[in-house]
Design a protein around this ligand. Structure first.
Ligand SMILES: Cc1ncc(C[n+]2csc(CCOP(=O)(O)OP(=O)(O)O)c2C)c(N)n1
Ligand SMILES: [Mg+2]
Length: 443
Protein backbone atom coordinates (compact mmCIF):
# COMPACT_ATOMS: atom_id res chain seq x y z
CA UNK A 1 0.00 0.00 0.00
CA UNK A 2 1.27 3.47 -0.85
CA UNK A 3 2.62 5.62 1.95
CA UNK A 4 0.36 8.53 2.92
CA UNK A 5 1.16 11.55 5.02
CA UNK A 6 0.07 11.10 8.66
CA UNK A 7 -3.32 12.55 9.42
CA UNK A 8 -3.93 14.55 12.60
CA UNK A 9 -5.31 11.53 14.44
CA UNK A 10 -2.29 9.39 13.48
CA UNK A 11 0.11 11.94 14.94
CA UNK A 12 -1.74 11.79 18.28
CA UNK A 13 -1.65 8.01 18.18
CA UNK A 14 2.08 8.08 17.54
CA UNK A 15 2.70 10.21 20.63
CA UNK A 16 0.69 7.85 22.88
CA UNK A 17 3.81 5.76 23.38
CA UNK A 18 5.29 8.34 25.77
CA UNK A 19 5.11 8.10 29.54
CA UNK A 20 1.70 9.70 30.10
CA UNK A 21 -0.59 7.43 32.16
CA UNK A 22 -3.32 5.54 30.36
CA UNK A 23 -6.78 6.98 30.88
CA UNK A 24 -9.57 4.96 32.39
CA UNK A 25 -13.28 5.37 33.02
CA UNK A 26 -15.21 4.87 36.21
CA UNK A 27 -18.26 2.67 35.79
CA UNK A 28 -20.51 2.92 38.87
CA UNK A 29 -21.29 -0.31 40.67
CA UNK A 30 -23.82 -0.60 43.50
CA UNK A 31 -22.32 -1.46 46.86
CA UNK A 32 -24.50 -4.50 47.44
CA UNK A 33 -25.72 -7.24 45.18
CA UNK A 34 -28.12 -10.12 46.00
CA UNK A 35 -26.94 -12.05 49.05
CA UNK A 36 -24.51 -9.36 50.22
CA UNK A 37 -24.55 -8.17 53.82
CA UNK A 38 -25.57 -4.51 53.84
CA UNK A 39 -23.88 -1.79 55.84
CA UNK A 40 -25.36 1.68 55.43
CA UNK A 41 -23.12 3.29 58.07
CA UNK A 42 -21.60 5.53 55.38
CA UNK A 43 -24.94 7.32 55.02
CA UNK A 44 -24.85 10.41 57.16
CA UNK A 45 -28.01 10.88 59.16
CA UNK A 46 -27.82 14.19 61.01
CA UNK A 47 -29.70 14.86 64.18
CA UNK A 48 -33.32 15.89 63.77
CA UNK A 49 -33.84 19.60 64.27
CA UNK A 50 -30.21 20.52 63.61
CA UNK A 51 -30.83 22.21 60.26
CA UNK A 52 -31.39 25.94 60.00
CA UNK A 53 -34.60 27.16 58.39
CA UNK A 54 -33.93 30.32 56.40
CA UNK A 55 -36.65 32.74 55.47
CA UNK A 56 -38.54 31.68 52.34
CA UNK A 57 -37.28 34.69 50.43
CA UNK A 58 -33.60 33.87 51.07
CA UNK A 59 -31.07 34.24 48.26
CA UNK A 60 -30.18 30.69 47.09
CA UNK A 61 -26.50 31.59 47.60
CA UNK A 62 -27.16 31.89 51.33
CA UNK A 63 -28.56 28.40 51.81
CA UNK A 64 -26.07 26.20 49.98
CA UNK A 65 -25.60 23.92 53.01
CA UNK A 66 -29.19 22.74 52.78
CA UNK A 67 -28.51 21.07 49.44
CA UNK A 68 -26.04 18.72 51.14
CA UNK A 69 -27.51 18.38 54.61
CA UNK A 70 -30.65 16.41 55.43
CA UNK A 71 -33.61 18.28 56.86
CA UNK A 72 -35.13 16.17 59.62
CA UNK A 73 -37.84 16.88 62.17
CA UNK A 74 -38.70 13.54 63.78
CA UNK A 75 -35.97 12.33 66.09
CA UNK A 76 -35.17 8.89 67.44
CA UNK A 77 -37.36 9.82 70.42
CA UNK A 78 -40.31 10.16 67.97
CA UNK A 79 -40.70 13.81 68.93
CA UNK A 80 -40.61 16.79 66.57
CA UNK A 81 -37.53 19.00 66.75
CA UNK A 82 -36.11 22.23 65.49
CA UNK A 83 -37.10 25.11 63.24
CA UNK A 84 -38.53 22.89 60.48
CA UNK A 85 -41.21 21.46 62.79
CA UNK A 86 -44.41 22.48 60.96
CA UNK A 87 -46.30 22.33 64.27
CA UNK A 88 -49.33 20.57 62.83
CA UNK A 89 -52.24 19.88 65.14
CA UNK A 90 -52.95 16.24 66.08
CA UNK A 91 -56.04 16.07 63.89
CA UNK A 92 -54.01 17.02 60.82
CA UNK A 93 -51.35 14.49 61.76
CA UNK A 94 -53.97 11.76 62.05
CA UNK A 95 -55.36 12.76 58.66
CA UNK A 96 -51.86 12.48 57.19
CA UNK A 97 -51.39 9.06 58.76
CA UNK A 98 -54.78 8.01 57.40
CA UNK A 99 -53.89 9.01 53.82
CA UNK A 100 -50.58 7.17 54.04
CA UNK A 101 -52.26 4.06 55.45
CA UNK A 102 -54.89 4.23 52.70
CA UNK A 103 -52.19 4.55 50.05
CA UNK A 104 -50.47 1.47 51.43
CA UNK A 105 -53.70 -0.51 51.56
CA UNK A 106 -54.48 0.54 47.99
CA UNK A 107 -51.03 -0.55 46.81
CA UNK A 108 -51.40 -3.95 48.47
CA UNK A 109 -54.74 -4.62 46.87
CA UNK A 110 -53.80 -3.41 43.39
CA UNK A 111 -50.57 -5.40 43.46
CA UNK A 112 -52.58 -8.51 44.29
CA UNK A 113 -55.09 -7.63 41.57
CA UNK A 114 -52.27 -7.68 39.04
CA UNK A 115 -51.10 -11.07 40.28
CA UNK A 116 -54.69 -12.30 39.94
CA UNK A 117 -54.77 -11.17 36.32
CA UNK A 118 -57.21 -8.30 36.80
CA UNK A 119 -54.79 -5.80 35.31
CA UNK A 120 -51.53 -5.98 33.41
CA UNK A 121 -49.47 -3.61 35.49
CA UNK A 122 -49.14 -1.86 38.82
CA UNK A 123 -46.55 0.23 40.67
CA UNK A 124 -46.31 0.56 44.43
CA UNK A 125 -44.88 3.50 46.35
CA UNK A 126 -44.13 1.58 49.57
CA UNK A 127 -41.78 3.51 51.83
CA UNK A 128 -42.22 6.72 49.80
CA UNK A 129 -45.74 7.64 50.96
CA UNK A 130 -44.61 10.77 52.82
CA UNK A 131 -43.02 12.23 49.70
CA UNK A 132 -46.44 12.44 48.07
CA UNK A 133 -49.05 12.53 50.84
CA UNK A 134 -47.28 14.85 53.29
CA UNK A 135 -45.88 17.09 50.57
CA UNK A 136 -49.21 17.56 48.81
CA UNK A 137 -50.93 18.37 52.10
CA UNK A 138 -48.71 21.46 52.20
CA UNK A 139 -50.07 22.68 48.86
CA UNK A 140 -53.41 24.27 48.01
CA UNK A 141 -55.93 21.86 46.50
CA UNK A 142 -55.86 23.77 43.20
CA UNK A 143 -52.10 24.02 42.85
CA UNK A 144 -51.22 22.08 39.72
CA UNK A 145 -49.51 18.72 40.12
CA UNK A 146 -47.26 17.30 37.40
CA UNK A 147 -46.58 13.84 38.79
CA UNK A 148 -44.48 10.87 37.88
CA UNK A 149 -46.09 7.43 38.23
CA UNK A 150 -45.40 6.92 41.95
CA UNK A 151 -47.58 9.68 43.44
CA UNK A 152 -50.88 7.84 43.90
CA UNK A 153 -50.73 9.26 47.44
CA UNK A 154 -51.47 12.71 46.03
CA UNK A 155 -54.73 11.58 44.43
CA UNK A 156 -55.72 9.85 47.65
CA UNK A 157 -54.85 12.97 49.64
CA UNK A 158 -56.82 15.17 47.23
CA UNK A 159 -59.90 13.02 47.56
CA UNK A 160 -59.96 11.71 43.99
CA UNK A 161 -62.57 8.94 43.98
CA UNK A 162 -60.75 5.64 44.43
CA UNK A 163 -63.12 3.93 42.03
CA UNK A 164 -61.82 6.16 39.24
CA UNK A 165 -58.29 5.01 40.01
CA UNK A 166 -59.28 1.35 39.91
CA UNK A 167 -61.40 1.76 36.78
CA UNK A 168 -58.31 3.21 35.11
CA UNK A 169 -56.10 0.39 36.39
CA UNK A 170 -58.58 -2.16 35.02
CA UNK A 171 -59.06 -0.18 31.76
CA UNK A 172 -62.75 -1.03 32.13
CA UNK A 173 -66.05 0.54 31.07
CA UNK A 174 -65.74 3.11 33.81
CA UNK A 175 -62.24 4.17 32.81
CA UNK A 176 -62.50 7.84 31.87
CA UNK A 177 -59.33 7.47 29.83
CA UNK A 178 -61.02 4.67 27.83
CA UNK A 179 -58.17 2.22 28.20
CA UNK A 180 -55.77 4.40 26.26
CA UNK A 181 -53.25 4.84 29.04
CA UNK A 182 -51.06 2.28 30.75
CA UNK A 183 -52.65 1.24 34.06
CA UNK A 184 -51.78 3.75 36.85
CA UNK A 185 -51.31 6.66 34.44
CA UNK A 186 -54.19 8.65 35.85
CA UNK A 187 -55.35 12.10 34.88
CA UNK A 188 -57.80 14.46 36.57
CA UNK A 189 -58.33 18.05 35.57
CA UNK A 190 -60.80 18.50 38.46
CA UNK A 191 -58.09 17.52 40.93
CA UNK A 192 -55.40 19.61 39.21
CA UNK A 193 -53.49 16.42 38.48
CA UNK A 194 -51.84 16.47 35.08
CA UNK A 195 -51.92 13.29 32.93
CA UNK A 196 -49.08 10.97 33.84
CA UNK A 197 -46.69 10.24 31.01
CA UNK A 198 -44.47 7.20 30.73
CA UNK A 199 -41.83 9.28 28.98
CA UNK A 200 -39.65 10.09 31.95
CA UNK A 201 -39.16 13.70 33.05
CA UNK A 202 -41.43 15.25 30.39
CA UNK A 203 -43.59 16.49 33.26
CA UNK A 204 -40.80 18.72 34.56
CA UNK A 205 -40.61 21.31 31.75
CA UNK A 206 -44.40 21.08 31.50
CA UNK A 207 -44.69 22.04 35.16
CA UNK A 208 -42.35 24.97 34.70
CA UNK A 209 -44.23 26.09 31.60
CA UNK A 210 -47.54 25.86 33.43
CA UNK A 211 -46.11 27.83 36.34
CA UNK A 212 -44.82 30.49 33.95
CA UNK A 213 -48.24 30.71 32.33
CA UNK A 214 -49.84 31.06 35.75
CA UNK A 215 -47.55 34.00 36.49
CA UNK A 216 -48.08 35.55 33.06
CA UNK A 217 -51.83 35.42 33.63
CA UNK A 218 -51.47 36.94 37.07
CA UNK A 219 -53.00 33.82 38.61
CA UNK A 220 -52.15 32.73 42.17
CA UNK A 221 -51.75 28.97 41.62
CA UNK A 222 -48.33 27.40 41.65
CA UNK A 223 -47.12 24.17 40.05
CA UNK A 224 -45.33 21.24 41.63
CA UNK A 225 -43.72 18.35 39.82
CA UNK A 226 -42.39 15.01 41.03
CA UNK A 227 -39.60 13.15 39.30
CA UNK A 228 -37.43 10.16 40.21
CA UNK A 229 -33.71 10.57 40.83
CA UNK A 230 -32.92 8.39 37.82
CA UNK A 231 -35.05 10.62 35.61
CA UNK A 232 -33.04 13.69 36.57
CA UNK A 233 -30.50 12.34 34.07
CA UNK A 234 -32.92 13.32 31.29
CA UNK A 235 -32.28 16.52 29.39
CA UNK A 236 -35.86 17.60 30.06
CA UNK A 237 -35.09 17.94 33.75
CA UNK A 238 -32.22 20.31 33.03
CA UNK A 239 -34.28 22.40 30.62
CA UNK A 240 -36.88 22.61 33.35
CA UNK A 241 -34.32 23.87 35.88
CA UNK A 242 -33.00 26.48 33.50
CA UNK A 243 -36.41 27.87 32.55
CA UNK A 244 -37.48 27.80 36.20
CA UNK A 245 -34.52 29.83 37.36
CA UNK A 246 -34.32 32.26 34.42
CA UNK A 247 -37.97 33.27 34.73
CA UNK A 248 -38.27 32.80 38.50
CA UNK A 249 -41.17 30.47 37.88
CA UNK A 250 -43.52 29.68 40.77
CA UNK A 251 -42.75 25.98 40.68
CA UNK A 252 -41.51 23.24 43.01
CA UNK A 253 -39.29 20.53 41.55
CA UNK A 254 -39.59 17.48 43.80
CA UNK A 255 -36.95 14.83 43.18
CA UNK A 256 -37.74 11.53 44.87
CA UNK A 257 -34.40 9.85 45.41
CA UNK A 258 -35.43 6.28 46.18
CA UNK A 259 -31.94 5.00 45.29
CA UNK A 260 -33.07 2.93 42.30
CA UNK A 261 -34.23 3.41 38.72
CA UNK A 262 -35.56 -0.08 38.00
CA UNK A 263 -32.29 -2.07 38.29
CA UNK A 264 -29.95 0.92 37.89
CA UNK A 265 -28.73 2.29 41.19
CA UNK A 266 -28.62 6.03 41.76
CA UNK A 267 -24.88 6.16 40.99
CA UNK A 268 -25.72 6.09 37.30
CA UNK A 269 -27.68 9.29 37.71
CA UNK A 270 -24.77 10.96 39.51
CA UNK A 271 -25.33 10.07 43.18
CA UNK A 272 -21.68 9.16 43.76
CA UNK A 273 -20.61 12.70 42.89
CA UNK A 274 -23.08 14.93 44.66
CA UNK A 275 -26.58 15.09 46.06
CA UNK A 276 -29.57 15.48 43.77
CA UNK A 277 -30.53 18.64 45.62
CA UNK A 278 -27.16 20.09 44.65
CA UNK A 279 -28.22 20.00 41.01
CA UNK A 280 -30.36 23.02 41.76
CA UNK A 281 -27.39 24.96 43.12
CA UNK A 282 -25.73 25.20 39.74
CA UNK A 283 -28.87 26.79 38.38
CA UNK A 284 -29.22 29.23 41.27
CA UNK A 285 -32.36 27.48 42.49
CA UNK A 286 -33.12 27.27 46.20
CA UNK A 287 -32.41 23.64 47.03
CA UNK A 288 -33.36 21.49 50.00
CA UNK A 289 -32.32 17.94 50.80
CA UNK A 290 -34.92 16.33 53.00
CA UNK A 291 -35.41 13.08 54.91
CA UNK A 292 -38.09 11.65 52.62
CA UNK A 293 -39.21 9.14 55.25
CA UNK A 294 -39.92 11.87 57.78
CA UNK A 295 -43.50 13.01 57.07
CA UNK A 296 -43.11 16.24 59.05
CA UNK A 297 -39.93 17.20 57.23
CA UNK A 298 -41.58 16.46 53.87
CA UNK A 299 -44.53 18.67 54.78
CA UNK A 300 -42.32 21.47 56.09
CA UNK A 301 -40.06 21.54 53.05
CA UNK A 302 -42.96 21.59 50.60
CA UNK A 303 -44.64 24.32 52.61
CA UNK A 304 -41.43 26.37 52.58
CA UNK A 305 -41.16 25.96 48.81
CA UNK A 306 -44.84 26.83 48.30
CA UNK A 307 -44.49 29.97 50.42
CA UNK A 308 -41.42 30.92 48.39
CA UNK A 309 -43.21 30.45 45.09
CA UNK A 310 -46.27 32.39 46.28
CA UNK A 311 -44.04 35.25 47.42
CA UNK A 312 -42.62 35.41 43.87
CA UNK A 313 -39.26 34.51 45.37
CA UNK A 314 -38.67 31.75 42.83
CA UNK A 315 -38.51 28.01 42.31
CA UNK A 316 -37.31 25.37 44.77
CA UNK A 317 -35.74 22.02 44.13
CA UNK A 318 -36.38 19.47 46.87
CA UNK A 319 -34.60 16.14 47.05
CA UNK A 320 -36.52 13.64 49.13
CA UNK A 321 -33.95 11.11 50.28
CA UNK A 322 -35.80 7.82 50.55
CA UNK A 323 -35.68 4.17 49.56
CA UNK A 324 -37.81 2.15 47.13
CA UNK A 325 -38.78 -0.62 49.53
CA UNK A 326 -40.32 -2.87 46.89
CA UNK A 327 -39.89 -3.70 43.23
CA UNK A 328 -40.02 -1.03 40.55
CA UNK A 329 -43.32 -2.40 39.27
CA UNK A 330 -45.18 -5.68 38.97
CA UNK A 331 -42.89 -6.45 36.02
CA UNK A 332 -39.77 -6.24 38.18
CA UNK A 333 -37.98 -8.65 40.52
CA UNK A 334 -35.43 -6.75 42.60
CA UNK A 335 -34.01 -9.95 44.12
CA UNK A 336 -32.13 -10.29 40.85
CA UNK A 337 -30.03 -7.17 41.31
CA UNK A 338 -29.97 -5.90 44.91
CA UNK A 339 -29.57 -7.27 48.38
CA UNK A 340 -32.82 -7.99 50.22
CA UNK A 341 -31.12 -6.67 53.36
CA UNK A 342 -31.13 -3.13 52.02
CA UNK A 343 -34.73 -2.59 52.98
CA UNK A 344 -34.16 -3.78 56.54
CA UNK A 345 -30.99 -1.77 56.98
CA UNK A 346 -32.28 1.46 55.47
CA UNK A 347 -31.40 4.01 58.16
CA UNK A 348 -34.37 6.36 57.74
CA UNK A 349 -37.03 3.83 58.69
CA UNK A 350 -40.59 3.66 57.42
CA UNK A 351 -42.68 6.84 57.06
CA UNK A 352 -45.93 5.29 58.26
CA UNK A 353 -44.29 3.83 61.34
CA UNK A 354 -42.50 7.08 62.09
CA UNK A 355 -45.66 9.17 62.00
CA UNK A 356 -47.58 6.56 63.98
CA UNK A 357 -44.85 6.47 66.64
CA UNK A 358 -44.83 10.26 66.76
CA UNK A 359 -48.56 10.43 67.37
CA UNK A 360 -48.23 7.79 70.09
CA UNK A 361 -45.28 9.68 71.65
CA UNK A 362 -47.34 12.87 71.95
CA UNK A 363 -50.25 10.96 73.45
CA UNK A 364 -52.55 11.34 70.45
CA UNK A 365 -52.73 7.75 69.17
CA UNK A 366 -52.39 4.13 70.20
CA UNK A 367 -51.83 0.68 68.71
CA UNK A 368 -55.53 -0.24 68.87
CA UNK A 369 -56.57 2.80 66.88
CA UNK A 370 -53.81 2.11 64.37
CA UNK A 371 -54.99 -1.48 63.95
CA UNK A 372 -58.57 -0.33 63.48
CA UNK A 373 -57.52 2.29 60.94
CA UNK A 374 -55.48 -0.22 58.93
CA UNK A 375 -58.36 -2.66 58.95
CA UNK A 376 -60.85 -0.01 57.85
CA UNK A 377 -58.53 1.10 55.05
CA UNK A 378 -58.17 -2.47 53.78
CA UNK A 379 -61.96 -2.99 53.96
CA UNK A 380 -62.62 0.24 52.12
CA UNK A 381 -60.23 -0.59 49.30
CA UNK A 382 -61.77 -4.06 49.04
CA UNK A 383 -65.27 -2.61 48.78
CA UNK A 384 -64.31 -0.09 46.10
CA UNK A 385 -62.39 -2.76 44.20
CA UNK A 386 -65.58 -4.87 44.05
CA UNK A 387 -67.52 -1.88 42.74
CA UNK A 388 -64.91 -1.26 40.07
CA UNK A 389 -64.88 -4.92 39.08
CA UNK A 390 -68.54 -4.61 38.20
CA UNK A 391 -67.33 -2.35 35.35
CA UNK A 392 -65.05 -5.10 34.07
CA UNK A 393 -61.39 -6.00 34.39
CA UNK A 394 -58.56 -5.79 31.93
CA UNK A 395 -58.43 -8.42 29.22
CA UNK A 396 -62.08 -9.45 29.45
CA UNK A 397 -63.21 -8.13 26.12
CA UNK A 398 -63.30 -4.67 24.71
CA UNK A 399 -64.73 -2.29 27.27
CA UNK A 400 -65.02 0.66 24.93
CA UNK A 401 -66.37 0.68 21.38
CA UNK A 402 -63.59 0.05 18.91
CA UNK A 403 -64.17 3.27 16.98
CA UNK A 404 -63.51 5.37 20.09
CA UNK A 405 -59.79 4.77 19.76
CA UNK A 406 -59.81 7.37 16.98
CA UNK A 407 -61.73 9.96 18.94
CA UNK A 408 -60.99 12.78 21.37
CA UNK A 409 -57.55 13.86 20.20
CA UNK A 410 -58.71 16.20 17.46
CA UNK A 411 -61.90 18.20 17.65
CA UNK A 412 -62.58 17.12 14.07
CA UNK A 413 -61.07 13.88 12.86
CA UNK A 414 -58.51 14.68 10.11
CA UNK A 415 -59.02 12.88 6.80
CA UNK A 416 -56.15 10.44 7.22
CA UNK A 417 -57.44 9.25 10.59
CA UNK A 418 -60.94 9.08 9.16
CA UNK A 419 -59.57 6.76 6.45
CA UNK A 420 -57.61 4.66 8.94
CA UNK A 421 -60.62 4.36 11.18
CA UNK A 422 -62.85 3.18 8.33
CA UNK A 423 -60.22 0.69 7.19
CA UNK A 424 -59.77 -0.67 10.72
CA UNK A 425 -63.51 -1.15 11.14
CA UNK A 426 -63.75 -2.86 7.69
CA UNK A 427 -60.92 -5.22 8.61
CA UNK A 428 -62.55 -6.11 11.88
CA UNK A 429 -65.81 -6.91 10.14
CA UNK A 430 -63.95 -9.08 7.62
CA UNK A 431 -62.13 -10.89 10.40
CA UNK A 432 -65.23 -11.49 12.53
CA UNK A 433 -68.12 -11.79 10.01
CA UNK A 434 -70.26 -13.62 12.60
CA UNK A 435 -69.82 -10.82 15.10
CA UNK A 436 -67.09 -10.31 17.64
CA UNK A 437 -66.06 -13.11 20.00
CA UNK A 438 -66.62 -10.85 23.00
CA UNK A 439 -70.24 -10.20 22.24
CA UNK A 440 -69.94 -7.46 19.68
CA UNK A 441 -68.77 -4.54 21.74
CA UNK A 442 -66.40 -3.49 19.02
CA UNK A 443 -68.79 -1.72 16.72
C1 LIG B 1 -37.44 8.46 28.43
C2 LIG B 1 -37.58 7.14 29.10
N1 LIG B 1 -36.49 6.36 29.27
C3 LIG B 1 -36.60 5.16 29.88
C4 LIG B 1 -37.82 4.70 30.33
C5 LIG B 1 -37.94 3.34 31.01
N2 LIG B 1 -38.09 3.54 32.46
C6 LIG B 1 -39.31 3.57 33.03
S1 LIG B 1 -39.23 3.84 34.68
C7 LIG B 1 -37.54 3.91 34.65
C8 LIG B 1 -36.77 4.17 35.91
C9 LIG B 1 -36.95 5.54 36.47
O1 LIG B 1 -36.35 5.65 37.73
P1 LIG B 1 -36.51 6.91 38.64
O2 LIG B 1 -36.55 8.14 37.83
O3 LIG B 1 -35.48 6.84 39.70
O4 LIG B 1 -37.98 6.74 39.25
P2 LIG B 1 -38.53 5.59 40.20
O5 LIG B 1 -39.04 4.50 39.32
O6 LIG B 1 -37.43 5.14 41.08
O7 LIG B 1 -39.66 6.20 40.97
C10 LIG B 1 -37.06 3.70 33.35
C11 LIG B 1 -35.65 3.68 32.99
C12 LIG B 1 -38.94 5.55 30.12
N3 LIG B 1 -40.15 5.20 30.55
N4 LIG B 1 -38.79 6.75 29.53
MG1 LIG C 1 -35.66 6.13 41.60
Amino acid sequence: MAERPPAEGDRNAASAGDNRPALSLHVPEPKYRPGDAVDFSHIQVPEAGAQARPDETVDPKDMLDLAHDLIRVLGDDNKAHGPWDPKLDPETLRTMLGHMAMTRAFDERMFRGQRQGKTSFYMKCTGEEATSVSASMALAADDMIFPSYRQQGILIQRGYPMIEMINQIYSNRGDKLKGRQLPIMYSSREHSFFSISGNLATQTPQAVGWAMASAIKGDSRIAATWVGEGSTAEGDFHSACLFATVYNAPVILNVVNNQWAISSFSGFAGAERSTFAARGVGYGIASLRVDGNDPLACYAAEQWAANRARANAGPTLIEFFSYRAEGHSTSDDPSGYRSAQEREEWPLGDPVMRLKNHLIAIGEWDEERQEKMDLEAAEYVKKVTKEAEANGILGHGLHHPFRTMFEDVFEELPWHLQEQSEQAIREREAKFPEGLPNGGKGA
